[in-house]
Design a protein around this ligand. Structure first.
Ligand SMILES: [Zn+2]
Length: 247
């Protein structure tokens, strides 16, 4: 199923015992929705494209601004004013033309979210605001699609993987106030967290390794330290509890 070109391109990762040619074919058959083409979405999309995912759908309503360029590495100075999904498509196609790249320039809402991720195997949370993360979390639970959460602020970040019907969800973990809209970020923070999210997606699609389920991984770039917190399913969670009661 892999062409000679693909065998050469993915040679180093096919060499990994847990991947092999079968694993590479699994990646090629996979379809990933990335919600957000900003600081997190950039490294996630780049690494998943480089790894040979079959189809990547980038969802982002925004256009590129100068103030994005310190961290949103899919977008360059020449892209200012372009729709982020268009610049993402250009860059990702140039990186790996074998990957099908779809760009949906839509604002994610409760009404359209189900349609936006339709046909994808997993959803990656590369958003910058909690209300949209909740919309995605609920949709992932309803559609029983794995959901890969990531968030950054300053030099810090966090990541967690959610398997609906099995693990704690984003809402189980956090029910506090919605943080302020504009927050500080240095580009290396989403680079670290986005790479972890992409790793989780690859592990899930291949069925290998130990996922970040029921545990929140916290990265502190200034301390150069990772820490981890256990997250328990909330039996009264207003997003996911009904899923468990039904079963
Ligand atoms: Zn929950």
């Amino acid at each position: 199923m892999l062409t000679p070109n693909e065998q050469e391109r993915y040679d180093r990762q096919i060499m990994i015992g847990e991947i092999g040619p079968e694993g590479q074919e699994k990646l090629k058959r996979s379809r990933v929705a990335i919600a957000g083409a900003g600081g997190l979405g950039s490294p996630i999309a780049i690494y998943l494209t480089a790894a040979g995912i079959g189809m990547i759908r980038v969802i982002d309503h925004d256009r590129v601004e100068l103030g994005n360029l310190n961290r949103q590495i899919l977008h360059w100075e020449e892209d200012i004013g372009r729709r982020k999904v268009d610049t993402a498509r250009t860059k990702l196609r140039n990186l790996n033309p074998a990957v099908e790249i779809e760009g949906f320039a839509e604002t994610i809402t409760e009404t359209n979210v189900s349609e936006l991720v339709d046909g994808c195997d997993v959803i990656v949370d590369a958003m910058d605001n909690l209300p949209t993360r909740y919309i995605l979390n609920r949709c992932a639970i309803e559609k029983k699609l794995p959901f890969f959460h990531g968030a950054v602020k300053g030099f810090e970040g966090r990541a967690m993987t959610i398997i609906p019907g099995e693990t704690a969800c984003l809402r189980c973990m956090y029910r506090g106030p919605v943080p302020e809209e504009k927050f500080p970020v240095i580009g290396v923070a989403p680079a670290v967290i986005g790479s972890i999210q992409a790793t989780e997606v690859i592990k899930y699609l291949l069925g290998i390794g130990r996922l970040l389920t029921n545990r929140l991984l916290i990265y502190d770039g200034l301390k150069g330290a990772f820490s981890e917190f256990t997250v328990n399913k909330n039996p009264n969670c207003d997003h996911c509890a009904s899923l468990y009661r039904k079963e």
